[in-house]
Design a protein around this ligand. Structure first.
Ligand SMILES: Nc1ncnc2c1ncn2[C@@H]1O[C@H](COP(=O)(O)OP(=O)(O)OP(=O)(O)O)[C@@H](O)[C@H]1O
Length: 594
């Protein structure tokens, strides 16, 4: 835990872009739990690739024996044949187990990371999601995890295998003829240098491309999320501007990269081909043979083993790109895994009753100004408190502070006298039903959509909740009744029906506190009556804090808190406030005219 906290400052992109070293450390930390598999997989890839050269070396050695002037024993030829066959077989065996270990590490660590991500996302304050958007989260959960998969299951082992082939191949050739080996190494070095030149600014360009790619995927998700607005108001062009800008940024980054490296990469491609090495080896070999410096027998291994070496450079380069992408992804993933979560008290307390009270609460979304300031009021257990006021006066902000979507800046909120920060989040959220305007339905059956509030509920409990929320008859009419699968957007239910479904959920949870945002403004009269009836089943005997937009819905509330620009300006019952002839009175009058 301590180590995790220390790592936080190293990885948090909010405190500046992570350096390559930070990214490498993040990767190391993420892979630590499966290090045995990763190291084992890489070692097996190393051994498998090394023994995989045996057939080529065996053929080269046999050719050397045949072309040497000494007499060839059949037994040595057969020994080399055996070495070749063993090498080829062992290569398959080692690479098979290397792949197994790579995929085991991949499956285990990705499962572990996914679970940790989901747990962390569940504990991060709501404000973080608003700032980062769903696109950024989607990128980490899909693209970054995919990059990690590519790295652990493929790139790392392929890169090590390719480098081993080059090292073992060159070492063998050195034992055959050092002069020709030096020549081959020079050609391989020229290839490597030209690759390096071609890739010299690859890190910068690759990072720019990855950032642009992230923006494309983030804006695509946001576009999809806002598709209803796009279709309704035909504002696709405006909403797509960000998407368009991200695509242009990507295209520009690609263009700059291509134009900067077009000559060097053409040269690299030319040098990195087997034909180039073959040409150099053949010409140099013939010249040296003609001058009697190089025996023919020593020339052959360079044709058989040497010319295969450039092909290994390509997976090595691709592997190093995979490593770079994997490092960046690991750092993105760790950035989420180390985000601040809502802190919980060391000695959690449970309230014995469910009165909710605000004590001099101030809160601001940014440091500059408070959205609500110096708020104090008490909602006794089992009473209804309405929050009213003009748009932007702070009603939703107060409602969001109760379940700790955000933490108060000053003051405190208590439930039954206990500061909500001293309650476990499980207990805190378990003590309240939240019915907000943005109705969220899961892509699951109607039954599970209701049961989510209380996983232990029986079928009978679910049906009773649906009946109390006046939605049972509607559910019965759905094609598969309670087994009908709902979509988040296209559930086949009307707005009012969706709201009643969430009210059924809240009824099933039977929590002693209800925080609700009255949201009947857009409903037709029939639906509105049904939603009001459902709400009256929900709020019976509960401590209710309700945001009210239409004042006639709260005339019976035990108390009404009137807010203006984040402060309480009036407080009382409907009648008392009318008698005040102040802000509430004028709001009431304005709504009567409508
Ligand atoms: N996520 C946010 N980030 C920054 N400022 C916010 C955020 N949400 C609300 N605000 C600001 O906080 C203030 C109070 O907003 P709040 O949503 O609580 O008002 P409200 O009374 O619920 O309004 P409405 O009736 O229109 O929903 C406003 O100035 C608003 O602009």
């Amino acid at each position: 835990m301590q180590q995790r906290e220390n790592n936080k400052s190293e990885t948090s992109t909010s405190k500046g872009k992570p350096t390559e070293l930070m990214q490498a450390k993040a990767l190391n930390r993420l892979l630590w739990p499966v290090r045995k598999y990763v190291i084992g997989g890489c070692l097996l890839a190393l051994v498998g690739s090394a023994v995989g050269l045996a057939p080529y070396i065996a053929i080269a050695e046999i050719a050397r024996m045949i072309y040497s002037l000494e007499e060839v024993s059949r037994q040595s030829i057969w020994s080399w044949v055996a070495v070749g066959i063993c090498g080829a077989t062992l290569r398959l065996v080692f690479l098979f187990f290397s792949s197994q270990l790579g995929h085991t590490a991949d499956a285990e660590i990705l499962y572990n990371i996914r679970v940790r991500l989901v747990q962390r996302l569940g504990a991060i304050p709501l404000g973080w999601f608003r700032q980062n958007g769903s696109g950024a989260i989607k990128k980490v959960m899909t693209t970054d995890l995919e990059e990690m998969h590519q790295l652990i299951a493929h790139a790392l082992r392929e890169m090590i295998g390719a480098l081993t082939v080059v090292l073992v191949g060159v070492s063998y050739l050195w034992t055959v003829n050092s002069l020709m080996t030096l020549l081959s190494i020079s050609v391989l070095s020229v290839m490597y240098i030209s690759f390096k030149i071609a890739m010299r600014s690859a890190t910068t360009h690759m990072n720019r491309l990855l950032v642009a790619e992230g923006k494309i995927s983030a804006s695509a998700v946001e576009y999809a999320d806002g598709i209803t607005v796009v279709k309704t108001f035909g504002v696709g062009g405006r909403l797509l501007a960000r998407f368009d800008a991200a695509i242009k940024e990507y295209a520009k980054a690609m263009q700059v990269w291509v134009s900067e490296t077009k000559y060097s990469s053409a040269i690299a491609r030319l040098f990195a081909s087997e034909a180039t090495l073959l040409g150099v080896i053949v010409i140099a070999g013939i010249l040296l043979i003609n001058r009697g410096i190089l025996p023919v027998a020593e020339f052959l291994p360079f044709l058989i083993v040497g010319i295969g070496l450039p092909t290994s450079l390509v997976p090595a380069v691709h592997g190093s790109q995979g490593l770079r992408k994997g490092r960046l992804s690991a750092s993105n993933i760790e950035n989420i895994l180390t985000q601040d979560i809502i802190p919980e008290g060391n000695y959690p307390k449970d309230p014995e009753e469910y009165a909710v009270a605000f004590h001099n609460v101030s809160f601001g979304y940014s440091n500059q100004q408070y959205a609500v300031q110096d708020i104090s009021f008490r909602c006794p257990q089992g009473t209804v408190t309405a929050l009213v006021g003009p748009s932007g006066s702070g009603k939703s902000t107060l409602a969001h502070l109760i379940p700790r979507f955000y933490d108060v800046g000053k003051g405190n909120i208590t439930i039954g006298g206990i500061d909500i920060r001293q309650m476990t989040s499980e207990k805190l959220l378990g003590s309240m039903s939240l019915v907000f305007q943005d109705v969220v339905l899961l892509r699951d059956t109607v039954r599970e959509n209701i049961r989510v509030a209380n996983p232990k509920a029986s079928e009978q409990d679910i049906i009773s909740a649906a009946k109390a929320a006046y939605i049972h008859e509607v559910i019965k009419r759905l094609p598969q009744g309670y087994d009908t699968v709902l979509g988040t957007a296209s559930s086949g239910l009307s707005g009012g029906e969706r709201q009643r479904l969430t009210i059924a959920r809240a009824i099933l949870s039977n929590a002693p506190i209800v925080v609700l945002d009255e949201a009947t403004a857009s409903l037709d009269p029939d639906n509105e009556i049904l939603v009001q009836l459902a709400l009256s089943s929900l709020v019976k005997n509960k401590t209710v804090i309700m945001i009210a937009h239409r004042l006639y819905t709260v005339t019976n509330a035990d108390q009404i808190i009137v807010l203006q620009t984040g402060k309480i300006v009036e407080h009382g019952t409907h009648q008392q406030l009318l008698n005040n002839r102040s802000l509430y009175f004028s709001m009431w009058q304005a709504q009567q005219i409508k």
